[in-house]
Design a protein around this ligand. Structure first.
Ligand code: NDP
Length: 460
């Protein structure tokens, strides 16, 4: 990095240009950096020390990138080769912490954006965790259990030498759930010959925490409830759009239903369902078996329940039909960039006045601008979905203390953490002249905590 560039007039443009010049193909990473740097400009302006210490330049460069080959044999005996990655982004606040994603779209740019977001998210949780992210371009769809086990073992046979309970503690993300964490943990234990809390999201009977599977979805709903409370409103009776049908979507829907809201949508990468009658606990039970056990498609929901219609993904359609229904609240919980500007406008036109992001960076920048222009309650992913990593942090604490907290104990701590994150965002946004802007608040509060620790620790 040419460290002489940033710190002059057009700082934002300069730092983004540096990042783009260096890695022009990493679009999602550019997007995440642009969003954070825009928000923290007032902080940089009032604290010249950050620019003098080249903090922005240091933040956009991972501390370490590990990239490796995973050769494995499929059930027919054919040799397959996938790529494995781990981005160790920033360890100013603690061991690297962040999920592993198995999805064919996985590449360095996507993982760097996720790792970059994770750094600030983890700072917001109040727990001592740095930020990282990893994964593979392996596509779990249609793979047998044995094939999944072999890729997990292949992945860990390289990763094990880079991670550890005080170094780097991965967790799940898209395509990596309880089954995959089990296989990854088993291989780590075998290679290291030690049983430690090196992964979170573990099974309950071998070191996992109660509420970890629920935490991201529940946390996103708790964050939404906090935002609503600022307008003297509650979730009861609200109509809600939820996208995705994986871990985050399922538990978002579960908590919404429990709190008396009406959930009318779910989706997967093939399409979405709209159930006018509402998805109740029983129907959600069907979805859990469909997705977690049978690993089927969400279209089966509409075959099972006549109150629902399924709309297939149409590559010719620029907008996502899931966001075009009358509702009060939206919980994007599938993947990045699932809400473009037109989708955002559709949400507003349909009466949505709250968006709580269970997914990471699901809204594109011009969509966020529309939310901000309409002054809706917009909870960005790094705040709204921080419940998952928070309970991962609690899992690490329980592991190192060698004890297990009750469901209520963990849930109470999760609620308190989400409340604290909400308050932190509100206060930081107000302090820097953006009242009510959770995006600015989350970016600023996370940034300040991380960079102050970096300054304390010197040039490392
Ligand atoms: P899962 O793999 O359990 O579920 C992902 C869901 O999103 C599936 O329904 C999947 O459909 C759908 N999906 C994935 N990719 C696409 C795509 N390109 N287009 C449309 N739909 C897609 O993952 P999670 O629920 O764990 O993760 C969902 C989001 O939440 C991600 O953004 C993740 O980073 C974020 N997150 C997750 C946390 C966690 O604790 N798990 C913590 C914080 C954030 P299909 O089955 O067809 O692939």
């Amino acid at each position: 990095i040419n460290s002489g560039i940033a710190g002059t007039g057009g700082f934002m443009v300069d730092i983004l240009e540096i990042v783009k010049d260096r890695d022009p193909q990493e679009r999602e990473f550019h997007q995440a950096v642009g969003e954070v740097m825009e928000s923290v400009k007032p902080v940089l302006d009032t604290n010249p020390i950050y620019r003098q210490a080249k903090i922005p330049e240091r933040l956009v460069e991972p501390e370490r990138v590990i990239m490796f080959r995973i050769p494995w044999a499929d059930d027919q005996g054919n040799v397959q080769v996938n790529r494995g990655f781990r981005i160790e982004m920033n360890s100013a606040l603690g061991p690297y912490k962040g999920g592993l994603r198995f999805h064919p779209s996985v590449n360095l740019g996507i993982l760097k954006f996720l790792a970059f977001e994770q750094v600030f998210k983890n700072a917001l949780t109040t727990l001592p965790m740095g930020g990282g992210k990893g994964g593979s371009d392996f596509d779990p769809k249609g793979k047998s259990d044995n094939e999944v086990m072999r890729i997990c073992q292949g992945f860990m046979s390289e990763l094990f030498r880079h991670i550890g309970p005080d170094t780097d503690v991965p967790a799940g993300d898209i395509g990596v759930g309880a089954r995959e964490i089990g296989y990854l943990f088993g291989m780590y234990k075998k290679l290291r010959n030690e049983f430690t809390g090196v992964l979170t999201g573990k099974g309950l009977n071998w070191g996992g925490s109660l509420i970890r599977p629920e935490a991201t979805g529940y946390g996103s709903v708790y964050f939404a409830a906090e935002m609503l409370a600022t307008r003297n409103e509650a979730l009861e009776g609200k109509t809600c759009l939820v996208s995705g049908s994986g871990n985050v979507a399922q538990f978002t829907a579960e908590k919404l239903i429990e709190l008396g809201a009406k959930v009318v949508t779910l989706s997967d990468s093939s399409g979405c369902i709209y159930d006018e009658g509402g998805i109740d606990a029983k129907k959600l039970g069907f979805v859990k078996v469909l997705k977690n056990v049978r690993r089927g498609r969400i279209s089966e929901y509409a075959e099972k329940f006549s109150s629902a219609v399924h709309t297939e993904v149409d590559p010719a359609n620029d907008t996502n039909p899931i966001w075009d229904h009358k509702a009060d609240c939206a919980f994007p919980s599938a993947t990045q960039n699932e809400i473009n500007a037109q989708d955002a406008q559709n949400l507003i036109d349909n009466g949505v006045f709250l968006v709580s992001e269970g997914a990471n960076m699901p809204t594109m920048p011009d969509g966020i601008d529309i939310f901000k222009d309409h002054k809706i309650l917009y909870g960005p992913g790094k705040a709204a979905n921080a419940g998952g990593v928070s309970v991962s942090g609690l899992e690490m604490t329980q592991n190192s203390m060698r004890l297990s907290w009750t469901r209520k104990e963990v849930d109470d701590r999760l609620k308190l953490i989400m409340k604290t994150i909400h308050r932190t965002c509100v206060d930081a946004a107000e302090q820097y002249g953006h009242p009510g802007n959770y995006e600015a608040g989350a970016n600023i509060a996370g940034f300040v905590k991380v960079v102050d620790a970096m300054l304390d620790q010197g040039l490392v």
